[in-house]
Design a protein. Structure first.
Length: 176
């Protein structure tokens, strides 16, 4: 009975929500899309300097650093920029696939990937805003511990923002 209830809850949470241009968690909008893009641009400018960054993780293939968001662009008191460097033994094509490809070929190198849906249609390549439901499998024990089997996300892309020639991407959790 508990497994049935958990499955029913997961299926209900993977249903897409209408798209109103804002990120809504509960009933209160958190960030407007353009606000996210402005934050990405501010982070990009902030990344050019080594000042203020604190290393929070380092292992043989990943370095992650953190920096508080400047007061003039901060929308919430606990916001922080995160940047990372990954050292991977992959070709250029495989690296591009890792960041932008969600087809069946992804299963060749991503053992947790089970598929992706675009609930409102569209294309990852052509659309600048698209909502997706990614299906993942980290094993029964991890899912019993609370890791979801689906991730509802929204991808945003802005060309020539904030300056001509720049492209900014952002991805956010999308409400079910």
């Amino acid at each position: 009975m508990m497994l049935h209830a958990k499955t029913t809850k997961e299926e209900a949470s993977s249903a897409p929500a209408p798209d109103d241009g804002a990120l809504n968690f509960g009933t209160k909008p958190v960030l407007e899309v353009e606000g996210i893009m402005d934050m990405c641009a501010a982070m990009s400018a902030s990344s050019e300097s080594a000042e203020g960054w604190t290393q929070v993780l380092k292992n043989d293939w990943l370095i992650i650093e953190r920096k508080p968001v400047e007061a003039e662009v901060r929308q919430h008191k606990d916001e922080a920029y995160m940047r990372g460097v990954m050292t991977m033994n992959v070709s250029y094509v495989e690296c591009v696939d890792m960041m932008n490809y969600f087809g069946e070929r992804r299963r060749l190198w991503d053992s947790n990937f089970r598929g992706v849906e675009l609930p409102f249609g569209g294309s990852f390549i052509l659309d600048d805003d698209c909502r997706m439901i990614s299906k993942i499998d980290f094993g029964t024990l991890m899912h019993m511990a609370g890791i979801p089997r689906t991730l509802n996300t929204k991808l945003y892309r802005r060309w020539d923002h904030p300056e001509k020639g720049q492209v900014h991407h952002a991805m956010s959790e999308s409400p079910p």
